[in-house]
Design a binder for this molecule. Structure first.
Ligand code: HAM
Length: 420
């Protein structure tokens, strides 16, 4: 051990477990790639102002959880706490929305940072795969994203997740609801902080996890009963399209997300095996965000799925991903001449697409065979002095233990055919 440890709230991804993270990222990305989403990468930090305006001045993310700092040049930057504001900023900056092909559909994968109180499933550094469809108001687009997330989780073998769906209304109907909710909240027995929150962002109070608060919210007015006709019709169409695709969801009129940019469709994917950090993913429509960060009106919708929590959910369900062994062939040379021959064979196998590894460090037969077994390889290639004289290499099936001598020049073809 060194003097240093991973910072609080972070952890390292190490083999063999790290393979599961790669597989999860890949499984989430695959349906997006197959649906017209192009890959985008943005910097790990942005102007603090982008998140303050985009995510919302009164959200926990902005007030408490941002890693914000001033650079030597005097810029106020923050490690990105989420991806949506950055992706939209990048799309606007590159004028992707002017290329005449809306919606602009983008997907991303990367690290995000929030200074949260660490616990299982909640980290200060975590990883998301996300998708954003920018510049179109169409219920089919909202439905597409929900269906693709469902498909991603199912392709991983995940079963015990639920989809919660709500509409947060738009700039017509939300203010009316907001005022009604505020009236209701003012009459409750709430602490000063919560009352202040009720004045700044009353919807956030609905999300208060404390029993003492939840108890009082039973009769709170619901946005569902205040939606304008346009929002109602839009939401109904999203629900119909998702249902027609055979994707099951639950209407959750109390679903409020932790970011302020949402309008209309909002949803969350929750897994019941995760305890309090049950949201494996979430998203929704953000029709006003572009204007909030100085762009034109660009109604958009997206989601981000948490890779860390998806891996925890797979563990909770006991799902094995059936990952292929990292190495198919392991070479065991005995002596200097054997090293040269086998190293060349390993290089040739790799060029032909066969995953191969080599017993480095001049190991003896016993230690080298141990390394071969540990590698997970199906076959070992063993070469001793007598084999060299006879022009053969010993090919050992590490599963059956069966060993055959194969001609030096035939061994690559033989392995290729055996590995199919
Ligand atoms: P979010 O709900 O804040 O949404 O995060 C999405 C997912 O990231 C969560 O459901 C969770 O799985 C994971 N996550 C968030 N914070 C942590 C943490 N501290 N530790 C581990 N995992 C975490 C967004 O970020 C929006 N940008 C989603 C979106 C995209 N909306 C529209 N487009």
């Amino acid at each position: 051990m060194s003097t240093f440890k991973a910072p609080k709230g972070t952890y390292d991804l190490l083999p063999p477990d790290s393979a599961r993270y790669l597989a999860v990222r890949e499984a989430i990305a695959a349906p997006l790639r197959g649906s017209g989403y192009g890959y985008i990468e943005t910097p790990g930090f942005e102007s603090v102002e982008l998140f303050a305006r985009g995510v919302g001045e009164s959200t926990d993310i902005v007030t408490k959880e941002m890693y914000a700092f001033e650079t030597k040049g005097g810029d106020r930057l923050a490690l990105r706490p989420e991806g949506t504001a950055s992706v939209l900023r990048a799309a606007l900056e590159a004028n992707l929305h002017k290329a005449g092909n809306l919606p602009v559909k983008l997907w991303y994968s990367g690290s995000y940072y929030r200074y949260e109180r660490p616990q299982k499933g909640r980290y200060r550094h975590f990883s998301q795969v996300g998708a954003e469809a920018i510049g179109a108001e169409d219920p089919a687009l909202d439905a597409e994203l929900i269906i693709l997330a469902d498909q991603a989780y199912r392709s991983l073998g995940l079963r015990n997740f639920r989809i919660l769906l709500n509409s947060l209304g738009d700039k017509e109907c939300r203010p009316v609801y907001r005022a009604a909710l505020q009236d209701f909240l003012r009459g409750l027995d709430l602490d000063e902080d919560t009352l202040r929150r009720a004045e700044i962002n009353p919807l956030r109070v609905l999300d208060d996890k404390r029993e003492s608060v939840q108890k009082q919210l039973t009769g709170a007015p619901l946005l569902r009963d205040h939606l304008c006709d346009a929002c109602k019709a839009y939401h109904e169409e999203v629900r119909e399209l998702v249902t027609a695709a055979g994707v099951v969801f639950e209407d959750d009129p109390r679903l409020v997300r932790g970011l302020d940019y949402y309008t209309r469709t909002t949803f969350e994917f929750v897994h019941d095996g995760l305890g309090s950090q049950s949201a494996v993913g979430g998203g929704g429509r953000y029709d006003g965000l572009s204007e909030m960060i100085g762009g034109p009106a660009l109604p958009s919708v997206g989601w981000a799925l948490g890779v860390d929590r998806t891996v925890l959910a797979l563990e909770a369900e006991g799902v094995e991903l059936g990952l292929p062994a990292a190495t198919s062939v392991f070479a065991v040379p005995l002596g200097d001449e054997a090293r040269r021959v086998l190293f060349a064979k390993v290089t040739e196998l790799r060029k032909n697409g066969v995953a191969a590894d080599f017993a480095y460090g001049g190991k003896g037969l016993k230690a080298a065979m141990k390394a071969a077994n540990r590698s997970g390889a199906r076959y070992a290639l063993i070469l001793g002095e007598r084999d060299i004289e006879e022009g053969v290499i010993q090919l050992k099936d590490l599963e059956s233990g069966e060993q055959t001598a194969v001609g030096v020049n035939e061994v690559v073809a033989e392995l290729e055919s055996r590995l199919g």
